[in-house]
Design a protein around this ligand. Sequence first.
Ligand code: PMT
Length: 406
Amino acid sequence: MLKGKHILLGITGSIAAYKAAGLVRLLVKEGAEVRVVMTAAAKQFITPLTMATLSRNPILVEFFDPENGQWNSHVSLGLWADLYLIAPASANTLSKMAHGIADNLLLTTYLSAKCPVMAAPAMDLDMYAHPATQESLRILRERGVRIIEAASGELASGLEGKGRMEEPEKILSVVRAFLQSRPQTLAGRRAVVTSGPTREAIDPVRFISNHSSGKMASAIADELSGRGAQVTVISGPAAVYPSSPGVEVRKVVSAAEMYEATVAEYDRGCDITVLCAAVADFTPASPSETKIKKDGSVMTLELRPTRDIAAAIGDRRRSGGVIAGFALETDNARDNALSKLRRKNMDMIVLNSMEDKGAGFGVDTNKVTIFRRDGSSRDIPLESKAEVAVSIVDNIEDLLGGQKGC
Ligand code: PMT
């Protein structure tokens, strides 16, 4: 499955380093060529001899070999690799990666790598939950590093919680899905995806927003990009951004900014438009230029409606493309979704309900129904947002190809 793929495995100082041995065996068994770079701390947990034997390549730790002076070029390592997988990635290494610290070969290779990078964190639960670690993960995600989330369970400290490095089999399946060459069925197509929440200023320090994380839209953008489309994401201030290096992300803050950016992108010529953002429907009519002071009395905020991006795109629709919207409902879900589909002149709408556990805002899973203009519909059971994105993009492809029915 991974025949001919070059995988550079970075191992850092963590008790989970022992799992890297199993991971290398699995990667080699799949046909990948594996080279291993270790930090000095990693050598305390697993020996270079073990890793060299399993990977069938010498291990790289130092910038040069003290015996013969041979230089280990971090630049050529990064160019050689199809994927740089850092597993386990300790809190220390993640933090250094996020801040551009380059005090070992693993880190200099990261800073000069031209290939996609994945990291599988491993640490104690409190370290994982610490705002510093979470901030490092956020920064890295934003810069395109794919984070293979830590799992929950018993930790080396004896405590229970989130921080265990994912099992080698799971990491292998993520790597496989990422590296397998996929049919480029959307090559030559341009797509725009709106993502995340918007923020509507009340005054310079306060805003109205919602709980959208950007996870659903990012999964769709990654799926479109994986099939060869040229994807632009117009994102409000989200927690998650697409991880495919090919996806262009344009950041906006307010519904008005998202409107301008999305309509301009559509007018440049898009084959696929996915309106997944949770755009504010109302914005303060006259935001204060200075911080509003409390004086003990009740405050009334006047709100005016924002411009509807989906409706504007529907009004300008050109033939040949696909416009897909979302509906997030709390009641009368089906009727409301179908009404939005017609009113906003879309080709399909993806309904997710706040009533369904594990669906909608923030979570990694979603449960949706896809409705098409021709009246057909399909229920997608609770699945990861990545899997839901596959069904959504399958439907988009079908519609582009002119086929009828979900
Ligand atoms: O980001 P996550 O945490 O992963 O959560 C995903 C999600 C729940 C945000 C996503 O799956 C979703 O449902 N997005 C749409 C949420 C929403 O605003 O739904 P709506 O029913 O209010 O809007 C209907 C459609 O009109 C949507 O396509 C929306 O993007 C669009 N719209 C709404 C208002 C507006 N001013 N402009 C718009 O384009």
